[in-house]
Design a binder for this molecule. Structure first.
Ligand code: ADP
Ligand code: ADP
Ligand code: ZN
Length: 858
């Protein structure tokens, strides 16, 4: 497939060829144009092709993607993007539903499980046709009865058919969702909802001459629907004589036929009425509590407490008392992938069960196997989608695709190795290979070295970011790329970083600070196995371990919230620790800061310049010009957020929103200010020949040069360059930044505040911050990793503590201290496998991280 003369975003009229049915990696520094090529052009085109194949009716529900700026794209198959988004589906999406395992599990329960009475625990047996027949013969001899077939339908159009069908047989009414409806004047039913219908089949007299007819009608009713309901004909009451809906032999409670909806927490037939299938205690909702208590709960009760009615199992007692081999469906769903695989694998089935369950079991086993392959063996099947990390969610989607056995598709992935340990990286690569071998094209945007070395074909975009990027600097095999002097990626692959790099640390400055350590006793949240450990302060500490081993739980679940609380209440004598028995040694820390990947500002009014705090200085510079002083303009005039200086038409946003009927809103550059965000009077003030709108449009590299003489501004901009963000414009709207970019901007805004030189530091009261970072290398090109390392070590030089959760071995190798969690994920993890300086962790045989680290430490 090929792309001709692409100019979208920063692409410079490029031509690219991507081999079909191969694994291709697109590389390049952040901002070079990789996503533009992979997602906006190739995926966008593949999707458009797919949409065009849909009918007009279906198309009206999908947002039309605008055509990208490109002359032609040839030979793109239908494309599927496997994304990292976690939000879709909400609480009721689980690992099991996302992979369809739950779908098969429900079917298996319907067909093979035994129903027990929730009150007296006696098994409930379905009635056979023969039993019903005998009962009719015995109790209703000589009487007429009507047979109804209860069924669930969710197909528009079929309702009218059913009504006509009954009308033709002389029935004037039939029951829909429990209400009688006339068969000649059929009501409109919801098109996409399931409806319960009791279809009348026949009215028969129970007489010796009619036995065959009766048996046939019974068979037909049972075949059509879920069992059969027998009613006395005529009369308003429509007396229900009995139905095959089962009754408990002990207490006589009635039960519905087993049907997949009974096990669905999306259906009123299945869900727990206390939590509507979420498994969580709902705020403002507790039948058993008095008004006062529930009001209190509405405030205090967090959404994280489990529903007391179902104990987090999401289903109602009827559903939970259906068991297969002594296990309810919720108990099976609570198993981690590994355990579920073992459980199903060791099932001994009778031959009748074999015939029914063989296909269902193999579908489930396949999917479990795929989950293991992508390194998610530790996840429980009932884990809710919103609690998954982005990388986990992406890999679940990947596993689901593996099971789909599609062919001729182009899969597009964005950094699938996020959150993966080196060991699982290799498994993931095998998985991508498998997808490719099934006859698909796999296109991956990646910074990970192993992934690149595995690629059949590489496309290196660059040379740098933004206007300095957008070209194809190298193409071909990894070997070819390594020989290409224009390709930064090729150069890095040919000459990887050498560790250790002692120049990262300023030993003079480190001597200024006292060393001490944080002590955590018996941490027990999630899978943490009562671990006790020490974390040295004023060092760069890397927390490592395979995915699911407990790194985030330890750092973001236990340390961060506890220390945040404790530091806010320093004078308290005792502290209530959550998820750990005790935490000590924190008293000398001033602040704990999570430098995470959440957006830096939700409003388009925030941008890098405002966030790192240089915008005020720049506005003062403009206000200080002769022009501005003559006109009486103060710094307030140069704000795009408020005041007289901004463009009124767009409110300083530079863009205007056009509302389109039936289509998503379209944003176009403001036609009054042409995107400059300020009015003409303000724009007529110039500083060194540029107006304030020009400055917002500058990228950081340009701005660093432009503001060189203004040391405070220059310094902050250099820091942004140091973390590889030189390509961002000063005015880029924060919501458009990626998670990795946002995280690095936060890091810089902290760094801009930290003391930098020993001279600065001496004699000052040093503020000791503990920074917590989760995979700061996400989105970062290899060439920028050493810059990031400099930045992290500078924070430590200035007397701070830095704690990073990281898989990137270049970062781990340069940590001062490593805490390696594991050995495995889930219940196989939660312990400290090794701790110490990198060189000592390498010597620990039991440490997986140590084994891989050995390869990069010279
Ligand atoms: P990469 O994936 O290599 O990090 P991108 O393709 O995201 O790079 O970005 C390439 C260039 O295009 C950057 O200069 C970026 O700022 C710009 N860009 C990305 N998305 C948009 C957009 N929606 N509108 C305008 N410019 C964009
Ligand atoms: P890591 O950060 O090393 O990948 P985590 O701390 O995310 O590991 O996970 C450790 C264990 O805790 C895993 O078994 C994971 O499934 C479980 N876990 C993590 N978060 C949650 C959560 N919100 N709810 C339930 N279990 C969780
Ligand atoms: Zn405007």
């Amino acid at each position: 497939m090929s792309v001709h003369h692409a100019r979208e975003h920063n692409l410079k009229n490029i031509d690219v060829r991507i081999p079909r049915d191969k694994l291709t990696v697109i590389s390049g520094v952040s901002g070079s144009g990789k996503s533009t090529l992979a997602f906006d052009l190739i995926f966008g085109e593949g999707q458009r092709r797919y949409l065009e194949s849909l009918n007009a009716y279906a198309r009206q529900f999908v947002q039309p993607a605008s055509r990208p700026d490109v002359d032609a794209i040839y030979g793109i198959p239908p494309a599927v993007a496997i994304e990292q988004r976690t939000s879709r589906g909400g609480r009721k999406s689980t690992v099991a539903t996302l992979t369809e395992i739950y779908h098969y599990l429900r079917l298996m329960f319907v067909k093979l499980a035994t129903q027990y009475c929730p009150s007296c625990d006696l098994p409930i047996e379905p009635q056979t046709t023969d039993a019903i027949f005998a009962r009719l013969q015995k109790d209703y001899r000589g009487k007429a009865v009507t047979l109804l077939a209860p069924m669930v339908v969710a197909r528009k159009g079929i309702y009218r058919e059913l009504a006509q069908w009954s009308a033709e047989r002389g029935f004037t009414q039939l029951r829909v969702d429990g209400v009688y409806q006339p068969t000649d004047n059929w009501p409109a039913l919801d098109r996409y909802k399931e409806h319960d219908i009791e279809l009348p089949l026949a009215t028969l007299k129970i007489a010796p001459g009619q036995q065959t007819e009766l048996l046939e009608a019974l068979e037909q009713a049972i075949g059509l629907g879920n069992g059969v309901v027998i009613v006395a004909p005529g009369g308003k009451a429509k007396e229900r004589l009995f139905s095959t809906q089962r009754a408990c032999p002990g207490c006589g409670c009635g039960f519905p036929e087993l049907d997949p909806r009974l096990f669905s927490y999306n259906s009123k037939h299945g869900w727990c009425t206390g939590c509507f299938g979420t498994g969580l205690k709902l705020k403002d909702f507790d039948e058993e509590q008095t008004g006062e208590e529930s009001a209190w709960q509405a405030e205090e009760g967090t959404a994280d407490t489990v529903c007391p009615k179902c104990d987090g199992q999401r289903l109602n007692p009827t559903a939970l008392s259906v068991r297969f081999r002594h296990k309810s469906i919720a108990e099976l769903a609570a198993l981690p992938v590994d355990d579920a695989q073992k459980w199903f694998g060791s099932l001994k089935l009778k031959s009748a069960e074999q015939a029914i369950a063989r296909d269902l079991l193999s579908e489930m086993q396949n999917r479990l196997h795929f989950l293991q392959k992508v390194g998610l063996n530790y996840l429980t099947l009932d884990r809710a989608a919103p609690t998954l990390s982005g990388g986990e969610a992406q890999r679940i989607r990947l596993a689901a695709q593996l099971g789909s056995s599609l062919q001729g598709v182009c899969y597009v992935l964005d950094e699938p190795t996020i959150g993966l340990h080196a060991r699982d990286n290799r498994k993931l690569l095998q998985t991508l290979r498998e997808l490719q071998r099934q006859g698909n094209t796999v296109l991956v945007v990646e910074h990970d070295e192993d992934t690149m070395r595995e690629a059949d074909h590489m496309i290196d975009i660059g040379p740098r970011a933004g206007v300095n990027g957008g070209e194809v600097v190298g193409e071909g095999s990894v070997k070819q790329l390594m020989k290409n002097p224009r390709s930064l990626t090729g150069q890095m692959l040919a000459k990887p970083l050498r560790h250790p790099m002692p120049e990262l640390r300023n030993s003079e400055m480190r001597k200024l600070w006292d060393a001490s350590a944080l002590r955590i006793e018996k941490a027990s949240l999630n899978n943490l196995a009562n671990v006790s450990l020490s974390i040295p302060l004023r060092q760069l500490v890397a927390i490592t371990g395979v995915s699911g081993s407990g790194k985030s739980t330890l750092v973001r679940g236990v340390l961060y919230p506890n220390l945040k609380q404790a530091l806010a209440n320093k004078r308290k004598k005792t502290h209530a620790w959550q998820g750990a028995a005790d935490i000590s040694g924190w008293e000398n820390i001033d602040r704990i800061l999570e430098v995470d990947q959440t957006p830096i500002g939700k409003t388009p009014r925030s941008c890098p310049a405002t966030y790192i705090g240089i915008w005020d200085s720049i506005r003062k510079l403009f206000a200080g010009t002769v022009d501005a002083r003559l006109r009486g303009y103060t710094p307030a005039r140069f704000s795009f957020n408020a005041g007289d200086g901004r463009c009124e038409a767009c409110g300083g946003q530079g863009m205007q929103k056009i509302e389109m009927n039936f289509l998503p809103d379209v944003r176009v550059p403001c036609d009054v200010c042409h995107g400059w965000r300020f009015n003409d009077e303000t724009l007529s003030v110039r500083y060194k020949g540029k107006h304030i709108g020009d400055v917002l449009a500058m990228n950081i590299d340009e701005a660093a040069e432009f503001f060189k003489p203004i040391s405070k501004v220059h310094h902050a901009l250099c820091l942004l360059q140091d973390v590889g963000l030189g390509y961002l414009t000063l005015g880029q709207q924060s919501p458009t930044l990626s998670g990795g970019e946002a995280q690095r901007i936060k890091l810089v805004s902290e760094l801009a505040k930290a003391n930098m030189t020993p001279e600065d530091a001496k004699g000052r009261v040093n503020q000791h911050n503990l920074y917590v970072l989760d995979e700061p290398t996400v989105g970062l090109h290899m060439a920028d990793v050493d810059k990031l390392l400099h930045v992290l070590h500078r924070l430590v030089d200035a007397g701070n503590s830095v704690l990073v959760i990281e898989h990137n071995l270049d970062v781990v190798a340069e940590a001062d201290w490593i805490v390696d969690m594991g050995p495995e994920g889930g219940s196989g993890g939660g312990r400290v496998v090794a701790q110490g300086a990198p060189a000592s962790v390498v010597r620990r045989k039991r440490s997986l991280t140590g084994q891989f680290l050995g390869e990069v430490l010279g």
